[in-house]
Design a protein around this ligand. Structure first.
Ligand code: NDP
Length: 266
């Protein structure tokens, strides 16, 4: 665990001119926050003043992202954790509570793919993808919900996928995990509403990250040909929607899936 206290950014005119930002005083955990969409989300929430906890399996990548976030002047906590492991998920939540005493936003973003055709798919390809993308989100949501219930407030934002709504050839494991995540979102939204906890999903289409780069060029082109906006999306374009769901403008939204896909799935 690396614990950092970022300095408050104050304008040249001095502390009196400090303007409160939308998420100042709030604490956000982003799983898979080291790169790709998770890194973009961490940036967006930190720009709005949130204290951010970034988590992933590789300390080196997290360190690099934490340095960037510190530059935004917010407190940053790095926790190396594999979301698919219950002990790690519980430790991530415990260390966040110890450091910040509250958790306002959880972004279940950590995800992997193990793409292959159904008939060639190994048990392990299925298990790993379900473990990280769905079990990981369950473990984190369960642990964080206990904290949010005591607070009587919170936002949980699950990063699903267009594949979870429309299915994708070569991704029965991933499509099933993401469809499951959408079901988890809706059931948790119903259960947790009485404590003022809002649970939503953001379902990206093709987004320019390491994950998308691992798709063979022909398959990428085939997906792009179906995107009305005619281009790949950026992590930032997903992060903007997460920022909205985490903020004060999204108080009457729960159990929803917001698609960010250039029109790929309508
Ligand atoms: P990347 O592969 O670029 O990044 C994945 C992130 O998840 C990394 O920070 C990685 O860190 C982390 N991660 C992976 N496995 C684990 C684990 N077991 N425990 C903790 N962290 C883990 O992916 P994207 O940014 O593209 O994807 C982010 C999310 O968006 C995923 O849920 C993905 O399914 C979803 N998505 C992506 C789309 C795209 O086109 N890119 C489209 C639709 C949905 P590390 O490896 O260091 O652990």
């Amino acid at each position: 665990m690396i614990d950092r206290e970022g300095g408050r950014r104050v304008s040249a005119g001095g502390a009196n001119e400090h303007m409160a930002k939308g998420l100042e005083g709030r604490v956000a955990i982003i799983t898979g926050g080291s790169r790709g969409i998770g890194r973009a989300v961490a940036h967006s929430l930190a720009e709005d003043g949130a204290s951010v906890v970034v988590s992933g399996r590789h300390a080196g990548r997290l360190e690099a992202t934490a340095k960037e976030l510190e530059g935004l002047g917010v407190p940053v906590l790095v926790v190396v954790a594999d979301v698919a492991r219950r002990e790690d998920a519980d430790r991530l939540v415990g260390q966040t509570k110890d450091r910040f005493a509250r958790i306002d936003v959880l972004v279940n973003n950590a995800g992997i793919t193990r793409d292959t055709l159904l008939v060639r798919m190994k048990d392990d390809d299925w298990d790993q993808v379900l473990d990280v993308n769905l079990r990981g989100a369950f473990l984190m949501t369960r642990a964080v919900a206990k904290v949010m219930i005591r607070q009587k407030s919170g936002r949980i934002i699950n990063i699903a996928s267009a594949a979870g709504a429309m299915g994708n050839a070569g991704q029965v494991n991933y499509s099933a995990a993401k469809a499951g995540l959408i079901g988890l979102t809706k059931a948790a939204a119903r259960e947790l509403s009485r404590w003022g906890i809002l649970v939503n999903a953001v379902a990206p289409g093709l987004i320019d990250t390491d994950m998308a780069a691992s798709i063979p060029p022909e398959a990428r082109e085939a997906v792009l040909a179906q995107v009305p906006l005619g281009r790949i999306g950026s992590g930032r374009e997903v992060a903007e929607v997460v920022r909205f769901l985490a903020g004060d403008g999204a108080t009457y939204l729960t159990g929803q899936v917001i698609h960010v896909n250039g029109g790929l799935y309508m």
